[in-house]
Every structure is written in structure tokens, then in C-alpha cells.
Design a binder for this molecule. Sequence first.
Ligand SMILES: [Zn+2]
Length: 1075
Amino acid sequence: MERVVLLRSLSCSTACMRFLSLKPRSSWKTASTPLTQQLLISPRNRGLPLACGSRMRWVSTSRYAFQHKRGFSVSPQAIATPSKQASSGIDGSHDIAHELGFEKVSEQLIEECKSKAILYKHKKTGAEVISVVNDDENKVFGIVFRTPPKDSTGIPHILEHSVLCGSRKYPLKEPFVELLKGSLHTFLNAFTYPDRTCYPVASTNTKDFYNLVDVYLDAVFFPKCIEDYQTFQQEGWHYELNNPEEEISLKGVVFNEMKGVYSQPDNIMGRISQQVMFPDNTYGVDSGGDPKVIPKLTFEEFKEFHRKYYHPSNSKIWFYGDDDPNERLRTISVYLDQFDASSAPYESKVVPQKLFPKPVKVVEKYPAGDTGDLKKKHMVSLNWLLSEEPLDLETELALGFLDHLMLGTPASPLRKTLLESGLGDALIGGGIEDELLQPQFSVGLKGVAEEDVRKVEDLIIQTLEELANKGFDVEAIEASMNTIEFSLRENNTGSFPRGLSLMLRSIGKWIYDMDPFEPLKYEKPLNDLKARIAEEGSKAVFSPLIQKFILDNPHRVTIEMQPDTEKASRDEADEKESLEKVKASMTEEDLAELARATQELRLKQETPDPPEVLKCVPSLSLHDIPKHPIHVPIEIGEINGVKVLQHELFTNDVLYAEVVFDMCLVKQELLPLIPLFCQSLLEMGTKDMDFVQLNQLIGRKTGGISIYPFTSSIRGKVEPCSRIIVRAKSMAARVDDLFNLVNTVLQDVQFTDQQRFKQFVCQSKARMESRLRGSGHGIAAARMDAKLNTAGWIAEQMGGISYLQFLETLEKQVDQDWSAISCSLEDIRRSLLSRKGCLINLTADGKNLSNSEKHVSKFLDLLPATSSLETTSWKAQLYLGNEALVIPTQVNYVGKAGNLYDTGYQLNGSTYVISMYIGNTWLWDRVRVSGGAYGGFCDFDTHSGVFSYLSYRDPNLLKTLDIYDGTANFLRELELDEDTLTKAIIGTIGDVDGYQLPDAKGYSSMLRYLLGITEEERQKRHEEILSTSLKDFHDFADVVDVVKHKGVVVAVASEDDVTAANEERPGFFQVKKVL
Ligand SMILES: [Zn+2]
């Protein structure tokens, strides 16, 4: 069973996020270890709604939360559920609205999110505004423009990056970065979709919130970039020439970001499927930008695109939360009133794609490494455009439900059949997608042998036919229904503001001029659907859908992708050749001019904004900041000799439970088996139930169970914290079932299914390979961590390169010696399961907490009192020098790390401020802005003392290392005025002690308990942050210099760049070819 997350709305995924929150999640807050953040490439990697569509989510939960997460795509999900009914709070607002130039179009009470929502139209420009009033303190604002591109030059994406680089009222280089540094935002980003661009912000502090809104409004309507060619060059593309003798190179943040995207086979597949499916409208091109086409974009076209589409008439504006609704209208009217109506809304309309008369098949190449069996590296996906017209809500909901039934869990028949067929390693395609004008359905496999491509196609069709003929089990229907309902009512959007998740739901219809409120109201259509299923039977509901929209639908596109080991170097050679041509066509004067322009751009990028300009970005003062960290209630008790932590918080009748076991008795050689052990527990079945039944039972009775390892150093201790965490949740009335099921999973599951286990191994391998290409910085970070401390070493065994190598051997071993593996899995279970070393963590309201105790007690009774095994000790063995992990890629991931505690450094809260500042200024300016990488950041793991630098989608290698090494000097020479320092402090507080939903609060509190972080320490760090001074920055220079002198380097990079680096610095890298 998987954790079902409310993904659809979370999957802004669809979008290119301008900025990945690669910020250090400083550790004493969530206490989740810092490199915890895994850039999970969603399995719904269909790229489809993929603007620059890296469907990436930055997940900051557990260190190795690799579970395959999948959302169901019921249309109207993700609904906020604040605790109380919103007070109307809008009396008299209509007169005010009228005075401010707005006309009320409609007003609705939305029970599902206990909100009142009003749709206004700005009379002068036609801008539409939705104002959602409720008592959610996490306020959200967003402005969205319809921005359909005509080609793949990436205009919408480059514009999305560029408008945040200074505006009329805020004429500094990057107000966006100033906000990142100095506000209490709970969300700050921008997304490019295939047909729209979206600018959302959120904060719980009202003053901060309106500061953010004003900066964003000024940015979109009055950006400097439309007059500033250099911003276009920096964010889009430009030629770089340091001196006329050298070769010309191509640079640009979006250019490199998209090179990274085009290095990932899953992404390429998603893009091609979309483009082939929509040859006649805007979805047939890439709004994110194709690196081959981006350099064709001119500044004139760029400016014109802004003029045309970033206009109030073409905008949709969203407000949500507990702030004064009149203030919202006042704020935006100031901006809107400066414009007259334009014809943009007509020009930006998306024209529907006509359905094909017959299916289409396309074969493409993707860049592959030459390791492994190339014959088994084909990918194939089947894609359908479901309809020419947008669908009604009921049909959409039913299709979403169908999607979950077919693909949502490991027990779902289409998913199960494909994976069990042995024809491929892992699933691709996103299932039903309904975020664009017309819905689509996609499914396929990767890791397919050349001769099996056709078989995959046939199997998909055949399985769909069977499902249409036979229908689904009653248990499956019940499980999907409960899972979907649970998610809707729980409305757990994770670290994503609820109001934003609602906005993205709503905008999915609103952007096409359909009813924006409809997607928010799921209760009635869901009940209607349930009633229909009850009356007519599920087959009558779902079979016609499969038949009509998929099987009988001629608009089917089959994409086969073939591995091509030459492609990466061919692309590189092509680029080189065209640059040589460019150079050859230039006169000496031209070259001198280009070198001068390169200099000038770099100088501009590296010159900080003057303090008086920086001051114009509004900020809070230290008085606005709470004097204490956010309090999470915790009661520490004991049941049957086991420590039980209880957090009394309002959770809307849901009980969140964690059961934690100590990993310290697991034998060293079994550590890499742990992730597969966890997966086996949930996906293998017991003596009485096969895994399908077990999965359905979990789906019917609970809100989900997940199991994963967690490791971290503990500050001041040699022994690391290494645990297995079982996370589970259910409605309070089903707590008995919940603990019974957790017990079943832990104790009754049998490790006997060799074939299923083989599938897990193949899937894990495929997933690790994707991670290497898509988030190589995570792999590099894990590798460096492994060289520097035990916790890191354990984690790398379970999720780094070591793990990938282990999987390669294991794949063969499953066939040769399955019984030994099965015994090892039993061995792990015996090492873990005991009351000794167990911990229970519960989060719910008081009544439900006390009701749970008897169930916990019963659960603990069933566990062995102690484990019979001897204590074991682990010995890390890993090459300690610099390593380059070579993969076929156009961009690199470069890391360097060292341990600050080795120098005797004592932790102080100021370090949070300083490391965040280094990331947001020095590294942002040098690695991203002038280096042209998509990201550059640093991270300080306060538990282990490891300080690491990392870059993301980086065209450079050694040059980036030099920047890292320059950090200490940057700090030594740093001058900070009061205002900048205050912003840095506020930004840090917002980052380390941010807004969390109740389950996350309870979870973080548990991690703090495990890592020995007391409330006194939190208070102390909070005060240290608030009192950080310039002297702290200067003093830290010597501390961080240890990374320069004693640090270790790991890069995930292309062969050419590594060879060049080793030529320049002989013997610098030990080279390891991993893909
Ligand atoms: Zn981007």
C-alpha cells in the first residue's frame, strides 16, 4: 500500500518551478536530517502537463522515502478544511468592491473547505479575481496568465524566470531572492505550464503576506527585464567568450535547466508523447524550451510576449485565507487600474486538438550510457487523447476513480499485470491527466527488450479489454473509494499550503473560462458516483468509460524510445560545431565585442545591489518575529514498557501513528536489503491473504501505511540514530483496524514470493537510475556524507551508488539463491521486532489519543519483549578520496563537503543564518547567475557537522569547486548593513521554524526526541539566530575553510567534463562509470 498523497494539486509538478527549494532545511526544526530532501522524480513522469515540466517535487520527509508515490487523479480534490466555519467577514464589502471598480459575478459557500468564495470582475480590464474567505492562517495569493507558446524557444519559461529579476518599484537585481532571504513566506515560487504561468506566494503573517503580494504584482506587470537585454541573456541564453582566443560557449539558466530535463529519458518520453498527441495546438511545442531551439529566441519576441500576455485582461487572480477581503481588492486595484482592456484573452485561447482518425506510432532515441544490457533499455508508452471537448465534472471524477482503480496501488490490475509480465522494469506514464484543456491517458513500461516492445503494447490493450469485460472486484472498489475519500477529507497537502492546492485545482478549469468553483465542490459528485456504483454496479459505470475513451478511441499514440549511446556526445558535438560556425562568422571586432559583453555581464552579475536599493524591498522588523519557536505539545509516557509520545493537536478526527524500531541489531551486510525489506512488508502478502487482498484491506480500513528507514547522526554521540519508521493513519473510529493491520504487516507477511521480489529489485534499480540523472546532487551528497560519517554511510548503503551496485548483484542472486535472500529478510525482521528499542508516536486530539491507548497496548503485547540477537557493529568501508560518477548527461552535479565539528567548532544558531546567506547570495550569484547552473546551494547538517556545497544542472565542474573554495574569503570581506542582516535573520526563522500541518508537527517533534533536541535547545538556537551579528559571519570564515582544505569532492558528471578536469588537475578524480 502506498501513501496516497493529494498529488494532482500538488503536482505543480506539471510546472517548471523557477526555483527548487534546495535550501537547507535546518535540522533542529524538523530534525529531519538535512540532505533528507529527496528530489523525487514522480513516477507520473509523463511530462505531459509538463511545461518545462520537470515533474519534480521536493520532498522533505524521511531521508530515504523512496516509496513510489502516486496520486489518483480525481478531479476535484484537495480541499482545505479549516477547523471552523469562516465568519462571513465581508459585510459591506460589496459596496467597497464596487467603489474599487469590481463587479461581483458570483458568490458561493463552499462547504468542502468551509469557505465563502466570491468571483469578481475588474470592470475596466476584465481581470478576474477570486476571493476565498475562511479562517486558514496560511494565506495564499496567486496571479496566473494564459501564456500559450507558438514554438519551443521557451519564451514563457524564460519570462517566468526574468520577471522576478527586478521591477519598476523594486529595481534591484532579484527581488525574488530578497524575498527568499528575508520573509516569512510559507511558499514562494513560480511555475510554467504548457499554457499558463503561475505566480503564487503564501505566508501566515499578514504584513509579510502583503509585502510578498506587492512585490509579485509589480514584478509581473512592470518588470525590468523587458528593457534589460542582460536579464534576458542571463536567464534565457547568451554566447560567452572570455577572450577571443577561446571557444564560444552557450550559457543561460533556463538553457541549462532544460539541458538537464532533456538528459532524463522519462522527461523526454513525456515531452514527446505530449507533442505527438497535440500536433495542431500549443501543446505540440515545449513551453519550457528545447535546448536546441532556445538559442533561436530573440529579445524582440520575448518583449512582445510579455506585452501581449502579462496583461490584467489575460489574468486570473486568487486570494485565500483569514485576511481582510477588502484589503485584497484595494491592493490589486492599484495595479489593475493602470491598464485598459486588451484583446489578449482572445489571442491566448487554447484551440482544442481534433481527434485523429487513426493511431500513430513514433520511434525516438534517447541518450544512454554504455553500461548494462542496452537491449533491455527500450521504453514504450501508449497515450490517448480522451476527448475533443472538455469533460463534465462527473465524467472526470469517474475517470479519476478509474485511474486509481487501474493504476493507483501495487494491487491495481493494470499496474500489477504490467509489472508482473516481466516485460519491463518499471511503469511510465501518468495515467489520467486532466490539467490541460483536454484530458489524456498514458501508460507504458521502461527497461523493455527490443523484441518485447510490441508485446507491451498488446498486453496493455488486452488488459484494458479484460477490465472492460470483467470489471473490478468489490473489494478493489471499496478500497479505492475509501482511499480517495480519506484523502479528500484529510486534505493533507504536506508542506504545500492548502489554499494553493485549491487554487491550482480551480485554475485547471478557470483558465479555460469554465466554472472555477466547480472543481472545489467534490461532495455531491462523489456521492452521486457512489450512488451510481451502488445502484448499477461498478461495471456499468466503468466499462463504458474504458470502451469509449480508450479502446474505441482512434487518437492513440504509441511512442517507442530506443537507447542511443552516441546521442549525448552527438548533441554535444552538434552544439560545438554550431558554436564554431558562429565564431567563424564573426570578425575580430565582433569577437572583441563579445568578450567585452561577456565581461560586462559578469561584472553586473557579480556587483551587489547598493544597500539603498535593497532597502526598497519591504521587510518585517525583528519585533514582528515571535520570541519563541513554534510549540508542539508532547507528552511522554509508557505503555507495556515502551515509550509513547503523544501530541494533542486538532486533526479533524484522524489519528496519525508512527511505530519506530531500532535498526542497530541488523547485520552490516543486510543493510542494503532494508528498503526492499520495507517494500516486501507492504507488498508481499501473508499466509491467509495474497498481497492484493492485503493491499485492499489497508485501502479499505486506513488512510495508508508506509515503512522506510531513517538515519541521522546525533550531535555529540558516536553512535548514529538508525531506525525503521512505520507511518500509519486512519479515521479515529478505525484505530483498532489500523494497529491490527500494522501488526499483520510486520509479523505475518511472508517473504516467499520470489517473482514479486525480483520485480521490486528491478523497479528499485530503475528508480535509482532515474535519480542519478534527475537528481544527481542527492546522489553526490549521499556519497560525500557516507565518506564523512556513519549515519551517512548507512544511508548510502540504502539509497546511494553503493545501493545501486548492490541491486545489480542482487538481481542475479534472486534467480540463483532466492532462499538465502528470503532468510536474510527474516533475519532483518528478527533483528527489528521487539519492544526493546521500540517507540510509539501518536498525533490526534485528546479524546482520540486516550481512546488509542488500549489498541497500542494490545499491539505491543504481540511484539516479542526483546530480540534474541547479539548486538552487532558496523564498519564503514568506502573510498575516501574525490570521486567522479560518470553518467550520460549534458549538465553536472558538483559537490564538496567537510565536517566542521572536526575542527572543534561548537554549534551556534548563527550558523543557520550564515549558511542560508551563503546559499542565497554567494552561491546563487556565482554558481547560478554567472555560472549558469540551475541551482547552487549549501547545507549544514547540525547533527553530524557536515557542511556541503552542491550544484544542480551545472554546465561547469572545476570552476564551481573554485567558487566553493572562495566562500571563506567572501565571508571575511563581507559588509552587512542592519537591514540586510535583519532580513537574513527573518528569512532563517521562517525557514527553520515554518508552518506545518498537525501530522508534520507531531512527526517533527518525534524526530527531535530521537535526536536528543530539547525544547531548551530550540529556544537557545532561536535566540542565537535572532542575535546573529556581522562578527559571527566573519568568524565563520575560518570554520568553513575546513571544507576547502580538507573537504571531499563528489561529482555526478559527463565523461567529457571529467576527462577535461583530470587533464587540468591530474589524478583529481577517481572515475567511476555508473550508467
Ligand atoms: Zn525554470
